[in-house]
Design a protein around this ligand. Sequence first.
Ligand code: HPA
Ligand code: ZN
Length: 321
Amino acid sequence: MRTDESKNRKRTELHRHLDVSFRASTLADLVKTLGISAPFHDEEEVRTKFWVTRQMGSLGEVLSCFGIFQQVLRTPAILERVAREVIEDAGAEGIGAIELRYSPSFTSKVSGLSWGVALDAFLRGLEAGARATGVNAGLICIVTRDYGVGVAGETIDFAIQNKDAFLAVDLAGNEEQFPNKMFVEPFRRARDAGLHVTIHAGEACGPESVWDALDLLGAQRIGHGISSVKDAELMKRLARDGVLLEICPTSNFVTRSIPSWDAHPLKRFLDAGIPVSLSTDDPGIFGVTLEEEYQRARRLLGLSDADFDRIDRYARKYTFL
Ligand code: HPA
Ligand code: ZN
């Protein structure tokens, strides 16, 4: 399924959430060991009863399934294990470089672990995984919109204090209720400190959210950016300024960012000269691999080998690693 050029080259993934990227077996194991009540009892039930593979009503409905991850992100040893396994699985899948993002506030919300202790645990796991596989991995620090502007400021302070550990900052969570304009000041400080910026935008909201991510928050890349297709001026701006859209096809379908597979604008972005990459977003909840995202893009979105070669080049060019 891959061309000779791309077959031998390892892929680069730019958008995956570390704090919700659990193996089904690990999630089942942790729930059992920690005695947490969950809608599944074993690995098979994680796949059949917990993973969200059908189309949901909204992004908010998908985000409401994430609570179980906060319950199991309980100890430094667990965080280290999750990070190591993500890298091991990425290596086994033929990924050579991966940017992983997580929200310190989301991760520690239930456990109460200090953000520094949690970061160190994730870093230990990434290093162990990298030693075992040779995968090049880096972290992005997420501000969770839903916790408000006060926590956003604390998260950016944390990212700046740990600048050596983070490639960039991001804004994720409920885009409709917590718009970009709330977060101008913390993101200005992040940029002043020299951190790169990527913003989840145009996923649940219209093109105005992408404009604000660019003009108010200084986004260099956009997570999803799906609704940009509705605004010809915005399409020109993204192409002209070379703003990469981190496209996650399965996520876009499940969160109803697109009404149907037919409506996915990936091909139109490529045709407009906008840089795009392919990623899994939340494999711990969508049960998807990067290879499956490529297969769906071919089968459902009509991408060709030449398109994939372009996408792979964009991912290598636009990575913050
Ligand atoms: N959008 C917003 N917030 C998120 C996502 C997403 O796709 N995944 C995890 N947190
Ligand atoms: Zn995301």
